[in-house]
Design a protein around this ligand. Structure first.
Ligand code: CP
Ligand code: NVA
Length: 301
């Protein structure tokens, strides 16, 4: 049976730690030029129904650097875009390639794809979750500060796919998560209730960041919500992450953002230049974390 990675819950806490430890090792090997070609003759299929810079570049470069090959598949150029059923596409593609990543809208679509795929399927972002980004974020924390167990993370802004993946991460990595969202933009209530032991939803960003060792945010309007962008600006304005907001967190706080960022919206113009921001390292870690993830899924499937 193929192992899939549709949310962080698909790997056990120990397996997630193992993948991140391997990502740190692969990062060092990448620097030394000693990683070898563990993906020789392996092919990754990449289905993108939404735009991407980091995800595409990191998966494609990662495959090539380890001796494999990645195939970019835009729906408009495949039969998927002309209505061929997901189930049929999954059955056919998975007979030809070794591993598949999918970026799409409804989370239910990737679940259906995975159900009919005989090779591992990786969630490269859905409307509900973005687990690959969390691997990179957790790697970044571990590199900067060590174990995240028992620490406090503050999520500021929209209760979106990234926020919901942080909720899963709080469970799998055992940290406390304070979420500050405007009313009406909170994460899925059932997901919050299932993780009530570690997750608190508030409205006040200053309350959420108090004593937080990590502050995280994301865009106010995600892909697919472009029509709401203007209306959201006024609702979300009090949720902008600024240097002053970071000052209200723990002294050793770090700031993360999955990117792309909108300066002057969810972050102040100067925030990415603040020494507490680790976003470039975080972005790079997508490359290493996904190499480790693909290696894990290929070995355990
Ligand atoms: N963070 C992230 O997934 O970026 P892209 O949309 O550029 O892939
Ligand atoms: N929440 C954002 C993340 C982009 C990487 C989106 O879904 O557009």
């Amino acid at each position: 049976m193929a192992r899939h990675f549709l949310t962080l819950l698909d790997l056990s806490p120990a397996e997630l730690q193992q993948v991140i430890a391997r990502a740190i090792e692969l990062k060092a090997q990448h620097r030394e030029g000693s990683a070898g070609e563990p993906f020789r003759n392996k092919v990754l299929g990449m289905i993108f129904e939404k735009s991407s810079t980091r995800t595409r570049v990191s998966f494609e470069a990662g495959m090539a650097q380890l001796g494999g090959h990645a195939m970019f598949l835009a729906p408009r150029d495949t039969q998927l875009g002309r209505g061929e059923p997901i189930e049929d596409s999954a059955r056919v593609m998975s007979r030809m390639v070794d591993i598949i990543m999918v970026r799409t809208y409804e989370h239910e679509k990737i679940e259906r794809f995975a159900q009919y795929s005989c090779v591992p399927v990786i969630n490269a972002l859905t409307d509900s979750f973005h687990p690959c980004q969390l691997l990179a974020d957790m790697q970044t924390w571990i590199e900067q500060r060590g174990d995240i167990q028992g620490k406090k993370v503050a999520w500021i802004g929209d209760g979106n796919n990234m926020c919901q993946s942080y909720i899963n991460a709080a469970c799998q990595f055992d940290f406390n998560l304070s979420i500050a969202c405007p009313a009406g933009f909170t994460p899925d209530a059932q997901l919050v209730a299932d993780n009530a032991e570690r997750v608190t939803v508030l409205e006040d960003p200053r309350e959420a960041v108090a004593n937080a060792q990590v502050v995280v945010t994301d865009v106010w309007a995600s892909m697919g919500q472009e029509d709401e962008q203007q209306d959201r600006k006024s609702v979300f304005q009090p949720y902008q992450v600024t240097r002053e907001l970071l000052d209200a967190a723990a002294d050793d706080v770090i700031f993360m953002h999955c990117l792309p960022a909108h300066r002057g919206e969810e972050i102040s113009e100067d925030l990415l230049d603040d020494p507490r921001s680790v976003i470039w390292e975080e972005a790079e870690n997508r490359l290493h974390a996904q190499k480790a993830l693909m290696e894990f899924l290929l070995q355990t499937s």
